[in-house]
Ligand binder design. Sequence first.
Ligand SMILES: O=C1O[C@H](COP(=O)(O)O)[C@@H](O)[C@H](O)[C@H]1O
Length: 259
Amino acid sequence: MSTPQIVVHRDKELMAQAAAARLITKIVDAQAARGSASVVLTGGRNGNGLLAALAAAPARDAVDWSRLDLWWGDERFLPEGDPDRNATQAREALLDAVPLDPKRVHVMPAADGTYDDADAAAEAYAAELAAAARPEDHGPVPAFDVLLLGVGPDTHVASLFPELPGVRETERAVVGVHGAPKPPPTRVSLTLPAIRAAREVWLLAAGEDKAGAVALALSGAGEVQAPAAGAYGTRRTLWLLDQAAAARLPRDLYPPASP
Ligand SMILES: O=C1O[C@H](COP(=O)(O)O)[C@@H](O)[C@H](O)[C@H]1O
């Protein structure tokens, strides 16, 4: 478990641009060290804001897109191409604009009849993750280089919502989610143990509607009540915030150099 580090940016645009620059560097470094990189994407406003900023960054050409594995932390269980699917939004924000290897783009299954329900889709995605895990990963999912998470106003991350069964899962890497309080109700999500397999976990939150969630998750709340509190990486846990989202954090939690 790594202790959370907090970085506060002036506003959400700057936060997205700085996070995109950070991610480019991380991917380039991982590719230089190991030949390829793996990133887990998140949906939501901040995750898509980061992807759009990355698409607009000239330094994006420093990435070898053909040697990047992309996974998703969660997905809305909807038909392929539905505008509310996280994968659809990611394609629009960035993925359609860069030369990825389609075999390395691991979207979560869609509700297209291949799987009976979100539970079967979750099982299939867990099998895909297990097949990609190497012996040195020591578990059923790869040790992702970076796993991105948006933080919801209720402290949900991926599709792990407070008090729902998914956040209590300790065995499976991926679960079907039913009755999510945020539409659509049926989803597929990585679990906290799968999230914690990542080397680095970056949590993104911007806007005043996130201030209460950020303060709760970083002030010692339990992960069942505040799922974001249970998201951390093996090497690094980074909270990337704007000033509005950081407004209710105790000031001693982040360095004086932050604005
Ligand atoms: O529904 C979801 O919400 C969260 C947070 O989204 P935001 O718009 O409040 O930032 C997101 O991280 C997750 O991937 C998504 O499915």
